[in-house]
Design a protein around this ligand. Structure first.
Ligand code: ADP
Ligand code: ZN
Ligand code: ZN
Length: 741
């Protein structure tokens, strides 16, 4: 056996791996991720390196090869701890060690590469996917092709894009103007400079806030590092609690990482942290170049910072003594990476905290089923904030049954009650938000007369209409013919929902000509900062009604809003995946939470064809516990996460027949290695079965034990490597996927 070793991990050439002989005395102790001392260079200088893999074959003459000298001693350097984390990620999520290292370590770019132009995606994955759907809808193929490639890789070489993907400079420029991407040729150093304000907001904490801070403090002072889940209703003052916790870590001479979904990382939020922690705070976001991000990482490593705020990737900030990781809105999908390794920031944070002796604080008004389940099992400590911080009450929520509206002859998109409440607000000069739930509009079929939805008989998720007119299950591949009349009530009003935000804006203007309406969606946020501009205009009460997609529900604080209308609440219920019920509950509660945050009380109207569905019914009551009980029952019954674990194997290739055959082979192999322990489902065709002439197939493996799935993944990885039939395919593993594909 030989050890594959990398020497300089801050170097851009991570792929440069050197082979060393493993001496007898290290045969049993050497592990991936370990820091070792090796002779290096012409003078055989003793140099530190990291083990990134093992191989049985020598890459060149073994007699010329040198041996590993010994394991490095002393306190593990921050890099070594990150390499260890990368090794864990490789094992837990699949892919290569190099891919894991590239995710975890800040990569410095070589100076002479500066002139090489690169194209970088500026959108979050969620925004990007929404935009991709939009391009596909409009048949803008070149744009879709470029965006799909960027969604896969994040950054692309300019020359590669024009030569290999055959995309013209005009298309690249168009996407740049829309704020989708940026073309970079040189590094820009930007070091946000903001001074700590003298006037720190002095809050009188509520009893619940105080109890939360006290519990954390007592544990922290006794060095009891653990994971907490702050389940706090919308407006309960979670951020204030995080800040006190961060202060504790900082007072102990340690540093904190705060993860916030990119879409909620607004000026407002960031300023709150600057006001408290001043210059020792830094932010990271996807709009920064690799160079800028590298500089921030260097500042962190050099001890110039106490707090790093950012989306998922900020998790890997190389702090010398990390003491706390906060994950706000921990239920968000964006905490799951869509690039190999497809890691989840929550699990990875908890693992990093274990390596570093740090605590983790997860926070949400609508915790993920995973986190609540772990609380119930005693893995995490629950901290409940049940009341709004400034004493406001939670909004009153009404549901409007759209089946009854139809039966009464109301064919408009507004129920009578919503129309009336909107009018009331306009008369009183208060603000309203209309949220169109477009999540998973991906073509489910529902009856507008009785609410019936066509579901898969095997998987209990809704079927999706594909281009060929067939109804297909995303998990098992089950197919049916599209229906013309409702199988339940015989009505002809059965089909997909198709209203868009633009249409709703027009209808609002027609109905209320005097209203000032703002719209926030893909089209209106095209320009750079379009996002912030609309939010800020609405915050300054320059409009009466804000119409938008899920972009408008994420953590924004508009004190003037007293009414939230949710149109087509059902949309996300039928996105055809097992998280649909959870996602719907989360969206509805978060949207409802926008109402009544100021002095006036808030009201919410949920329009639905399915008011009896537990996601909608419990969201109406804003009763998380009741929702959890129903949902976990469903997951247990069907064997979906977190009750069991699910491994998706995504396979893509240019030759459809070849892909199908390979998928069947891999399935047969998985069945063989899994035996009785694993259930293998599929191969199924995802909703977008083909992107720019690349076909896609998915296999699902289900098992109660996560460890078994990791084993199965390891076996499959070896099988794939050993069989030439898989060479032309791209195969990725995704544990407990958040999305359907
Ligand atoms: P959450 O993240 O739980 O929705 P935030 O932390 O954004 O809530 O707080 C909501 C609002 O309540 C903020 O404007 C915040 O300044 C205010 N707030 C927080 N704690 C208190 C408190 N103890 N007393 C009064 N206002 C508070
Ligand atoms: Zn019907
Ligand atoms: Zn099915």
């Amino acid at each position: 056996m030989y050890a594959d070793i990398i020497i300089d991990i801050t170097h851009e050439k991570l792929d440069k791996v050197f082979q060393y002989i493993i001496p007898e005395h290290l045969k049993d102790s050497l592990e991936i991720g370990m820091e070792v001392v090796v002779p290096f260079g012409r003078a055989d200088k003793e140099t530190h390196g990291y083990v990134v893999g093992f191989s049985e074959e020598a890459g060149y003459a073994p007699e010329k090869m040198k041996s590993v000298l010994r394991a490095a001693e002393g306190k593990m350097a921050i890099e070594a701890r990150l390499v260890k984390l990368a090794a864990w990620m490789r094992e837990a999520y699949g892919g290569t060690m190099i891919q894991a290292l590239k995710t975890v370590l800040p990569i410095k770019r070589r100076e002479n590469e500066q002139q090489k132009r690169r194209i970088r995606l500026l959108l979050s994955e969620e925004e990007g996917k929404e935009r991709l759907d939009y391009y596909l809808e409009k048949s803008q193929k070149a744009r879709a092709r470029l965006l799909a490639a960027l969604l896969d890789d994040g950054e692309l070489d300019y020359a590669l894009v024009t030569k290999k993907l055959h995309i013209t400079a005009a298309v690249i420029r168009a996407l740049e103007e829309q704020g989708v991407l940026t073309v970079e040729s040189e590094r820009v150093y930007r070091n946000p400079r903001i001074h700590k304000e003298d006037k720190v907001e002095v809050l009188c904490y509520t009893k619940e806030q105080e109890a939360a801070i006290r519990m954390f403090t007592e544990d922290y002072e006794k060095k009891r590092y653990r994971t907490y889940l702050v389940h706090g209703v919308t407006g309960s003052g979670k951020t204030a609690v995080y800040m006190e916790m961060i202060q504790k870590a900082v007072d102990a001479g340690r540093q904190a990482i705060v993860l916030i979904p990119e879409i909620a990382l607004t000026y407002q939020t960031v300023m709150r942290f600057y006001r408290r922690f001043g210059e020792r705070v830094s932010i990271m976001n996807s709009r920064m170049s690799a160079g800028e991000r590298y500089d921030q990482m260097q500042r962190a490593a050099a001890g110039e910072l106490d707090v790093m705020i950012g989306p998922r990737s900020a998790l890997f900030t190389p702090f010398p003594s990390l003491g706390l990781i906060v994950i706000d809105e921990e239920h968000e999908n964006t905490y799951k990476s869509e690039q190999v390794p497809r890691y989840h920031a929550r699990e990875t944070a908890i693992h990093r905290a274990e390596l570093e002796q740090a605590s983790v604080v997860l926070g949400s008004a609508t915790p993920s089923l995973e986190s609540y389940y772990r609380c119930r099992r005693g893995d995490y400590k629950l901290i409940a904030l049940t009341k709004r911080a400034a004493g406001q009450s939670l909004p009153a929520v009404y549901t409007a049954d759209m089946r009854k509206e139809l039966a009464r002859g109301n064919r408009s998109i507004f129920s009578d009650v919503l129309r009336e409440k909107l009018r009331e607000r306009l008369e009183k000069g208060q603000q309203s938000m209309l949220f169109l739930n477009r999540r998973g509009y991906a073509g489910f079929i529902a009856c507008r007369s009785c609410g019936y939805v066509v579901k898969c008989p095997h998987c209990d998720v809704s079927l999706s209409v594909h281009n060929n007119g067939k109804l297909i299950c995303h998990y098992c591949g089950h197919e049916e013919q599209e229906v013309r009349v409702c199988p339940s009530c015989g009505s002809k009003h059965i089909g997909g929902f198709k209203a868009g935000t633009q249409q709703i804006e027009e209808l609002v203007k027609k109905e209320f000509p005097e209203a000032r309406v703002l719209r926030m969606d893909m089209d209106t946020t095209r320009q750079k900062d379009g996002h912030e501009k609309i939010l800020s205009a609405f915050a300054h009460e320059e409009a009466d009604i804000l119409v938008g997609t899920q972009m408008i529900v994420k953590g924004h604080d508009f004190p003037g809003v007293t009414l939230v209308g949710i149109l087509a609440a059902d949309m996300s219920l039928y996105s055809g995946d097992y998280r649909a019920g959870e996602r719907t509950f989360q969206l509805l509660v978060q949207a409802a939470g926008r109402a009544g945050r100021g002095r006036e009380e808030g009201e919410v109207v949920i329009q639905t064809y399915n008011p009896e569905h537990y996601s909608i019914e419990t969201a109406k009551r804003q009763d998380y516990e009741a929702f959890y009980r129903e949902e976990i029952g469903f997951r247990e019954l069907m064997g979906y996460p977190p009750a069991e674990n699910l491994l998706a194997v995504l396979m893509t290739g240019k030759d459809e027949n070849h892909l199908e055959t390979a998928a069947e082979y891999l399935k047969a192999y998985a069945v063989r290695v899994g035996g009785e322990m694993l259930e293998v489902i599929g191969p199924a065709t995802p909703y977008v079965g083909k992107v720019s002439d690349v076909y896609r197939k998915i296999l699902y493996l289900k098992c109660p034990k996560y460890g078994m799935l990791i084993k199965a993944k390891n076996y499959m990885e070896r099988y794939i490597q050993a069989n030439s039939g898989f060479q032309t395919l791209r195969i990725q593993f995704d544990f407990n996927p958040m999305n359907i594909f």
